[in-house]
Design a binder for this molecule. Structure first.
Ligand SMILES: C[S@@+](CC[C@H](N)C(=O)[O-])C[C@H]1O[C@@H](n2cnc3c(N)ncnc32)[C@H](O)[C@@H]1O
Length: 194
């Protein structure tokens, strides 16, 4: 099975080997979501996996939250928990093929799951999917891993170089409210489409 393929990721969900899966909405994202006043914004969570963040937002009244993942089994898991979630807001497809226009896109352990040479394409695709003045925000590992990924990490400097061509970097700092296993190991970042 080809590494990085949908079948590769789907097999992880089928076998339950999901080291990245927090099991609930991660604290930094929850705290950010709690600060958003405008409930009508259109949100995308790509590479959402079991999508606890989608559940959280939807239950809080963000009716226009959209889930994208190309591993069907992750979507089966999500639907078991969130039966009333609108089908039209679920995209089981490759992120790079997705068409849409969003106010906000959320990143969490998605970019690190892609081959590092895809990062420029990831950045361009995010830019394309955002409305004017839209934002991409979330979490990125702030270190490299000693083993061959995924996950693939990085540094604030590397991410700045990648993003600054297309975005205004509003925030990029060590996350203050990470879950314990990720404490001091991830950056909270916020990018404005320029
Ligand atoms: C490491 S997991 C993270 C899942 C979730 N964000 C979380 O924090 O639990 C990476 C996810 O990205 C999905 N993924 C990887 N490449 C993708 C692509 N090109 N298009 C859509 N989904 C992709 C995988 O299926 C997997 O669910």
């Amino acid at each position: 099975m080809k590494k990085f393929s949908d079948a590769y990721w789907n097999a992880h969900y089928q076998s339950g080997t999901m080291g990245w899966d927090v099991g609930y909405v991660s604290t930094p994202l929850k705290n950010y979501f709690d600060s958003i006043k405008e409930r009508e914004i259109k949100i995308l969570i790509p590479g959402a996996g079991n999508a606890y963040e989608v559940s959280y937002l939807f239950e809080k009244g963000f009716r226009h939250v959209n889930l994208l993942d190309f591993a069907p089994e992750s979507i089966v898991n999500f639907k078991k928990r969130q039966a009333s979630f609108p089908e039209k807001q679920i995209f089981c497809e490759d992120f790079f093929d997705h068409k849409g226009s969003y106010d906000l896109i959320i990143e969490q352990t998605f970019m690190c799951s892609l081959p590092p040479d895809k990062r420029p394409a990831y950045t361009e695709k995010m830019h394309q999917l955002l409305k004017p003045s839209g934002r991409l925000l979330g979490l990125l590992f702030n270190h490299h891993f000693e083993f061959e990924g995924p996950p693939y990490g990085g540094t604030a400097e590397e991410y700045r170089k990648l993003f600054e061509k297309l975005f205004i970097i509003e925030q990029m700092e060590v996350s203050k409210d990470s879950i314990k296993p990720r404490r001091n190991r991830e950056l909270f970042f916020k990018l404005l489409k320029s």
